[in-house]
Ligand binder design. Structure first.
Ligand code: ARG
Length: 579
């Protein structure tokens, strides 16, 4: 709908420009927002305020001219001017009802992408394989998965890239440990955290071991067969740990999406040579660096993007530069989204700028760092175990499921064990994911089991439960929406409000595709569930006397159920028919 209104405004602008009322060459970003107070219509735009100055008019004067120039549209019943010059659009309720009927008949629920379909690389999860996945990797994995699903639903071709840390000096230490005692190493690998700790201990206590570790890194880089064998063995085990977690979390990632740092090894020397050929490299303390005007430290001195160390070794940035051109040239991406900790913002700004300067990516390819904040504990500090260690992801999920199990059992003691377990899994994992997804990605957030498992507020249990209420209406009816006739017609205030919200689904998903912000979908579903609740309380469905009214309400309920289910699915949550 917003898109439709933007289009109408654009036509009015074009007309006023042709008539000489507006100067040539204006190409404003037309903003259309949902109104909070429905007495101001359903959508509002501040376009008259934005263009008043270049047009040399008062905002209200321009607003009047715009309203007069707006083409008539079946979906808009009237347009008012409010306050300093807002345009308020009122949605026509018959047109709205028709729109919802079309959504109900469509597997895509009437959702289309606002712009052209694109090929999008989504860089997500990317743990370092030397250690076990911990809570720090949760956000990238879950938020990236949510956005990838939304893009796919809108029709983009999504290429997931799990840029795992599978290379670097720490592997020398791990290989040395595997070599030293193969049998023990094999059994300890079952617990990567312990394995890493044991290897690190040897590294710290024995200079001879440390030397061997360093030697092994050199051999590994030189392609020594035995080193590569051990390295593969280690990575296979570590990746299978990751895969087990992805499966439990219901994250759409597979081994085929893994394209680790090591995959770019062969291109790193070329990256450096190409940067040099472009005249972009300078030497600083023996290291090869790219200096760019826009990156300076607090003292105003240029900051280096180091691509090769004095000793010849390559760095994280070199690999990321190689990855940008692989994504552009081989994957043919129009857009690449990086779901990585906000603390790496400068790294990505510098890599993206250098990639553009070097011509590694076409000028119109979008490179976007979708940074996220830290996951904190209840004390507001980074989330840790009681003894200060990092929290293993697997422990966190186990605890979430146990807590959900106790909760669900308390509410429904009569359910059999298998069903309880199934519900606990959906609620527990869903709660952890939803809590993360519902916060704005750039802010830090406090991990709190009690809050995320609450049946009140913007939580997974609340939304899963809301869905089951819709499901129960149809269970009682004993029919699906396809088996009932009639059509949606909007009478009561609660029906209007619910319908208006349902019609926003496409706008919300398009916003997420733009900004990489799944919390918008959470907020939307939460509002939708709330509006359904007041509709449900105020507008009898099954007991409605009039058949036409009953069918209309059933149809509204069905579309609400589908929207909730689809929305939760896009967030990576499984719905339940009852709980
Ligand atoms: N492995 C890195 C880390 O744990 C994240 C990699 C993100 N992706 C990238 N293309 N740099 O910090």
């Amino acid at each position: 709908m917003k898109d439709n209104i933007r289009h109408l405004i654009q036509q009015a602008l074009t007309r006023l420009t042709a008539e000489g009322v507006l100067p040539e060459g204006l190409s404003p970003v037309i903003q259309v927002e949902n109104t909070k107070d429905k007495s101001n219509g359903d959508f509002a735009s501040n376009i008259a305020m934005m263009l008043a100055k270049p047009a040399g008019m008062k905002p209200r004067e321009l607003a009047e001219k715009l309203v007069a120039a707006l083409p008539a549209d079946a979906e808009v019943s009237k347009v008012d001017i409010a306050g300093p010059g807002f345009l308020n659009f009122f949605q026509n309720s018959d047109a709205l009802a028709q729109r919802l009927e079309a959504a109900l008949a469509d597997a895509q629920l009437g959702v289309r992408k606002a712009g052209p379909a694109q090929r999008v690389v989504v860089d997500l999860s990317a743990p370092n394989l030397a250690k076990e996945m911990h809570v720090g990797h949760l956000r990238s994995t879950i938020i990236g998965d949510g956005v990838a699903r939304v893009l796919e639903f809108l029709g983009d071709t999504v290429i997931r890239q799990n840029h795992v840390g599978d290379w670097g000096t720490q592997f020398g230490m791990l290989l040395a440990y595997m070599q030293e005692n193969p049998a023990a190493a094999e059994s300890e690998l079952a617990d990567l955290e312990n394995f890493y700790r044991a290897a690190k201990k040897r590294f710290d206590e024995s200079p001879e071991f440390a030397d061997r570790a360093r030697e092994l890194v050199v051999q590994l880089q030189a392609g020594d067969a035995e080193c590569l064998r051990l390295w593969h063995r280690f990575n296979d085990i570590s990746l299978s740990h990751c895969q087990a977690l992805y499966d439990r979390l219901g994250v759409k990632l597979s081994m085929a999406d893994v394209k680790g740092e090591s995959a770019y090894n062969d291109d790193l020397a070329n990256v450096v040579a190409d940067l040099k050929a472009k005249g972009l490299l300078s030497e600083s303390d023996g290291a090869q660096c790219v200096f760019m005007d826009e990156f300076k430290n607090a003292e105003g001195n240029p900051l280096p993007l180091i691509v090769q160390k004095a000793g010849g070794g390559y760095l994280y940035a070199t690999t990321d530069l190689a990855a940008t051109r692989y994504r552009a040239n081989v994957l043919k991406a129009d857009r690449a989204l990086y779901f990585v900790d906000q603390r790496q913002a400068l790294h990505f700004q510098m890599v993206f700028s250098a990639a553009r300067l070097a011509g590694f990516v076409p000028a119109d390819m979008q490179l976007e760092h979708m940074g996220f904040g830290t996951m904190n504990g209840a004390d507001g500090r980074p989330f840790k175990t009681r003894d200060g260690g990092t929290v293993k992801l697997v422990d966190l999920i186990n605890e979430a499921e146990e807590r959900a199990y106790a909760l669900v059992k308390g509410k429904n003691p009569e359910l059999d064990e298998a069903e309880l377990r199934q519900i606990a899994r959906a609620v527990g994992v869903g709660a952890v994911k939803y809590a993360d997804l519902s916060k704005h990605r750039t802010s830090d957030y406090s991990f709190n089991f009690e809050l995320m498992l609450s049946f009140e507020g913007n939580t997974a249990p609340y939304l899963l439960y809301a869905y089951t209420r819709v499901a129960s209406v149809f269970r009682k009816l004993g029919k699906s929406v396809e088996e009932i006739g009639g059509q949606i017609s909007l009478g009561a205030e609660q029906e209007q409000a619910l319908a208006g919200k349902l019609a926003q689904f496409a706008d919300v998903l398009n916003g997420i595709a733009d900004k990489g912000t799944p919390h918008l979908l959470c907020a939307y579903l939460y509002d939708l569930a709330g509006l359904f609740s007041s509709f449900y309380e105020n507008c009898p469905i099954l007991s409605a006397e009039d058949e036409a009214v009953r069918n209309s309400r059933l149809r509204l309920a069905a579309l609400t159920g589908r929207t909730l289910k689809q929305g939760l699915q896009l967030l990576g949550l499984d719905t339940l028919e009852r709980m």
